[in-house]
Design a protein around this ligand. Structure first.
Ligand SMILES: [Zn+2]
Length: 79
């Protein structure tokens, strides 16, 4: 069973995640560190979801993704 995670949930493990957006963007991959709160998308908000598909890669970090940049008002942070 694939594990589908929503924005605001905590990544259960380090891994490569497939990110599926609502309408505005094709699915893409990001590497996420376990324990990270999965961010809202700046464009589609909480309609974005995440699916872990494999071990993390050095590329495709979450903080460098254009829809998940750190200085967005739309991202709720827990710390
Ligand atoms: Zn989006």
């Amino acid at each position: 069973m694939p594990q589908i995670l929503k924005a605001g949930e905590r990544a259960p493990a380090d891994g490569l995640y497939r990110v599926t957006h609502y309408q505005h963007r094709l699915p893409h991959l990001v590497s996420v560190i376990g324990g990270t709160i999965l961010p809202l998308c700046q464009k589609c908000g909480d309609r974005v979801h995440f699916e872990i598909i494999g071990p993390p890669r050095e590329t495709d970090g979450l903080s460098t993704d254009r829809d998940f940049s750190d200085d967005s008002d739309g991202i709720k942070r827990s710390r």
